[in-house]
Design a protein around this ligand. Structure first.
Ligand SMILES: Nc1ncnc2c1ncn2[C@@H]1O[C@H](COP(=O)(O)OP(=O)(O)O)[C@@H](O)[C@H]1O
Ligand SMILES: O=C(CO)[C@@H](O)[C@H](O)COP(=O)(O)O
Length: 458
């Protein structure tokens, strides 16, 4: 039996799974937290990787790194970061994204060129912001990497990436399979720093100094898709720091509304994806407001009726990416003396988070994606209240795969693929299947949210 390790260096933590390369069985796991924030010193990811893998890798033959998408890691000629990395959830580049979209000829032209319309999250917008606000630092930049590229480089000495993560930069075209140097130059004040070589799905990045094979790695959402081995009719909803909705597609997409980002995946196909800024932390923040732990929050939310007795939370606590409201804050509507209970507030938080993602499911459906079921993953998928509300709000059956680190599993599966030359068939064990029991309740919840949104945001 050979062993492979998969890493998920995501927003809040690094997670590692060591798996049997033939069956996918997890034999060891590790994790380490990341500091909170929207900027990060990449050295913190390196330290967290060391902590999370300590004592786990001795007999491991291959490693794959998946990580949070889009973060701007700008290096100088000595390989030092010129500034702390700007992460996907850093909104300072919102205006730069608007300006860049105009400079590139508008939303349709951007979607056609690179599969997405710039918003603050994407690397290209962060470069545009940096060129404008930090010209002296920008002049020193020789290489631009993403978080997974940087970790892979530290492990192997090779500056490489994969289609999936490259597609989240905003200067790589999923349709053409190449960097758009013209877009990069427009964004970065005429400069074109080096970008990492884009590897194929099973192509190794290199080896660690002690000889372990390192696979191409990918973005965390592409890693989850690979870890779940999604097929036609599957739509994944991931409830981590971000909320994401994505599916596998045979063809690239170009949505000029900007709702769907037309990413590539880690298998050679495509991954249309909708991302919200506010997911699991809507629940943890509401629990903190109520002064309860997550178990008690869940109990409270489960005691409330669907619709939270007319209370609606528009949960834009960190601003919002989809819809594009980077400066928004959250709004609580419908409070009355008789409905203002901890139970209804908890339930409203769950529904508010899920409604934003249900809008994402609708957007994918409208683009022709078949939605037979939703696969629910990420930290907040373990919430019982979420599992109760999700089939109502999504209006389709929901599968909750057995609790596991699916991003890290995908990275491990990629490592096994690079090691053996064939994509391993790893069975998924023990999913909970949740049927739609009260579709009219779901429709009412969605209706109230649309009305509340129109009232507040026009
Ligand atoms: N049972 C639960 N209910 C609600 N939220 C949870 C639960 N368990 C974990 N979380 C939250 O999930 C988040 C972590 O999820 P994860 O998918 O690992 O995020 P990320 O990949 O963005 O780092 C944290 O905010 C954590 O508090
Ligand atoms: O920006 C996106 C996707 O476009 C986010 O999904 C990031 O990739 C961060 O993911 P998590 O850390 O929340 O899993």
């Amino acid at each position: 039996m050979s062993l492979v390790a998969g890493v998920d260096s995501s927003t809040q933590s690094t997670k590692v799974v060591v798996c049997d390369s033939e069956t996918g069985r997890v034999v060891r796991e590790g994790r380490a937290p990341h500091p909170d924030g929207t900027v990060a010193d990449p050295a913190e990811w390196w330290q967290a990787l060391a902590t999370a893998t300590a004592g786990l890798l001795d007999d491991v033959a291959g490693i794959g790194i998946a990580a949070q998408q889009h973060g701007l890691v700008a290096l100088d000629e000595r390989g030092e970061v010129v500034r702390p990395a700007l992460l996907w959830n850093d909104n300072r580049s919102a205006q730069a994204a608007l300006d860049l979209t105009a400079e590139l000829g508008g939303a349709q032209a951007c979607a056609d060129a690179v599969g997405l319309v710039p918003v603050a999250s994407f690397t290209v917008s962060k470069l545009r912001w940096m060129a404008e606000h930090e010209p002296e630092l920008s002049d020193r930049v020789t290489d631009v990497l993403l978080p997974h590229d940087w970790l892979t480089w530290r492990l192997t000495g090779e500056m490489v990436t994969d289609r999936g993560d490259a597609s989240g930069t905003g200067y790589w075209s999923p349709g053409e399979g190449r960097y758009r140097q013209d877009v990069l130059a427009t964004a970065f004040g005429g400069r074109t720093p080096r970008t990492p070589r884009v590897l194929g799905p099973a192509e190794p990045a290199g080896r660690t100094p002690d000889g372990r094979l390192v696979s191409a790695g990918t973005g965390d959402n592409m890693g989850a898709a690979l870890g779940l081995a999604i097929g036609p009719g599957d739509v994944v909803v991931s409830l981590g720091t971000s909320g994401t909705v994505f599916a596998s597609a045979e063809h690239p997409s170009a949505d000029p509304t900007g709702t769907i980002a037309g990413f590539a995946d880690a298998t050679g196909q495509f991954l249309p994806l909708v991302c919200t800024l506010n997911a699991a932390r809507v629940l943890t923040s509401t629990a903190a407001l109520l002064g309860v732990e997550m178990a008690e929050f869940d109990r409270l939310a489960c005691e409330a009726a669907p619709g939270a007795d007319d209370i609606v939370l528009l949960p834009y606590l960190d601003g919002e990416r989809t819809p594009t409201l980077p400066d928004a804050s959250g709004t609580l509507l419908g409070l009355r003396r008789d409905n203002m209970t901890p139970q209804n507030l908890a339930r409203a938080a769950v529904e508010g988070m899920l409604c934003g993602l249900a809008t994402g499911v609708d957007a994918l459906r409208a683009q022709g994606v078949e939605v037979r079921r939703v696969l629910l993953i990420g930290g907040a998928a373990q919430s019982e209240a979420v599992q109760v509300a999700a089939p109502q709000v999504f209006g389709v059956p929901v599968t909750v795969p057995a609790p596991a680190e699916y991003v890290a599993r995908g990275a491990a599966r990629q490592a096994a693929w690079a090691l053996t030359g064939h994509q391993p068939d790893w069975p998924l064990a023990g999913a909970a299947e949740l049927e739609v029991t009260d579709s009219s309740a779901g429709e009412r919840i969605r209706h109230h949210h649309r009305e509340a949104f129109a009232q507040v945001h026009g």
